[in-house]
Design a protein around this ligand. Structure first.
Ligand SMILES: Cc1cc2nc3c(=O)[nH]c(=O)nc-3n(C[C@H](O)[C@H](O)[C@H](O)COP(=O)(O)OP(=O)(O)OC[C@H]3O[C@@H](n4cnc5c(N)ncnc54)[C@H](O)[C@@H]3O)c2cc1C
Length: 390
């Protein structure tokens, strides 16, 4: 199908890469880039790391210099949200009342943080997805502040590590028994718990938050599900995220934990999706929706190529990393909550490289703790296994 009007909705890691790929692969016609954010595209992983720590200022997060963005020869519609999609008519309605015709569409609207209903909008309560969120949190994680983090996933534990390093009194609360347990299993969870305790963080695991206390119009604590109270000057809610698909309601696209795509990242004829919002059929791993930075870039490329008729199944080895204190945790593959087994070093101390295997003994994921070189070698084993299963 030949295209002459392509619209990209969501111009961050995935959408920007899709736009660049379209141009690189020879698409020369009209290209419209729509994003609800006023800012030019920026990177999100540093929000909970260098930006929160105060090491970097926001300018450093910009994904491309202005000349590269201009070089895309695109119509930029920043600060305007897409509101409704009419697939049959090939039209996209924007929040400013305008609409745009298209014959090719890239959906890359990412995810938004899940809220704690009783904490929404209260002064001192934070979530972390945008530069504004990170700067607002940074202003409040000052030495001595009592910081409560709800959620011991990657985002919560990472932000907790920064707050602890900045001299805050940090408490992390999670209904599971260990931090990162759902993502990396109990043994690595124990190691992460120890890492945080060694830095003075109080972990209240196996507990839920039932309510928020407010004093003089500002958060002053949380009430746990067993009635106990924990004082808080700052509350960070990090309990996961949900795909941004409300603007696609009634469009005819299938939405179910993200935009449902085939193995080519295609959601409908002329419509592709990429990044955190896309749920696609990985040829060997089954249906996946990843909230991983590298996946956003790779899938942006794959989706753009599909739009241009250069269809190849999108079959990456998933990759994620997290920085906590002086530790970099890296994970390839699709880990479950089962235990990892060390293949180098020990899960209990020092650096390690570890694997997770399925019931038939096949390696399904590899994880490293300050062991980047060994992990790259283990990744190769995963690639080969994935190929064998094809
Ligand atoms: C604090 C933080 C730390 C992270 N750390 C790591 C890490 O260490 N390692 C890692 O692998 N990953 C990490 N991630 C995840 C990684 O940043 C994401 O996977 C990546 O940003 C996804 O890119 P995306 O383009 O799919 O979505 P996003 O970056 O979320 O971009 C979506 C874009 O769509 C726009 N948009 C949404 N709705 C609309 C609409 N209706 N109309 C127009 N525009 C719209 C938004 O404004 C946004 O610009 C982190 C994420 C966060 C928030």
């Amino acid at each position: 199908m030949s295209l002459d009007q392509v619209v990209v909705v969501g111009v961050s890691a995935a959408g920007l890469t899709a736009a660049e790929t379209l141009r690189r692969e020879g698409y020369t016609d009209r290209l419209v880039l729509v994003d609800g954010d006023q800012r030019p595209p920026y990177d999100r992983p540093p929000l909970s790391k260098q930006l929160l720590r105060g090491e970097w200022e926001e300018e450093k997060l910009t994904l491309r210099p202005p000349a590269a963005l201009e070089g895309l020869d695109a119509e930029w519609r920043l600060g305007v949200r897409a509101e409704r999609l009419d697939l049959a008519a090939g039209r996209l309605a924007l929040a400013d009342g305008s609409d745009i015709a298209f014959d090719g569409l890239v959906v890359a609207t990412g995810v938004r943080p899940r809220a704690l209903p009783f904490a929404v909008g209260r002064p001192g309560v934070h979530m972390l997805r945008t530069i504004e969120d990170a700067l607002a949190l940074r202003r409040e994680v000052v030495p001595g502040a009592a910081v409560v983090v709800v959620g011991a996933g990657f985002l919560g534990t990472e932000a907790a590590s920064v707050a602890a390093e900045l001299g805050c009194r940090v408490t992390v609360i999670d209904p599971l028994e260990l931090p990162l347990q759902r993502q990396l299993g109990p043994r690595i969870g124990q190691r992460v718990a120890r890492l945080h305790r060694d830095h003075g963080v109080q972990l209240l695991c196996g507990r839920g938050v039932a309510d928020v206390r407010e004093t003089d119009g500002r958060v002053s604590g949380v009430v746990l599900d067993d009635g106990a109270e924990v004082a808080a000057d700052v509350l960070l809610v990090a309990i996961g995220a949900e795909p941004v698909t409300d603007w696609l309601r009634g469009s005819g696209l299938t939405i179910d934990d993200g935009v449902q795509c085939d193995e080519f990242c295609q959601a409908a004829p002329g419509v592709v999706a990429a990044g955190d919002v896309a749920s696609w059929l990985h040829p060997t791993l089954g249906r996946l929706r990843l909230e991983h930075r590298m996946n956003a870039t790779e899938q942006g490329m794959a989706a753009a190529r599909t739009l241009l008729g250069k269809r190849t199944p999108f079959a990456p080895v998933p990759y994620f990393w997290s920085d906590q204190y002086d530790v970099r945790i890296q994970v390839y593959g699709r880990p479950t909550a089962a235990d990892f087994t060390a293949v180098e070093g020990s899960l209990d101390e020092g650096p390690f490289a570890a694997v997770q295997r399925d019931a038939s003994g096949r390696t399904t994921a590899v994880a490293g703790w300050n062991m980047p070189r060994q992990l790259r070698a283990l990744r190769q084993a995963l690639v080969e296994q994935q190929a064998v299963r094809c």
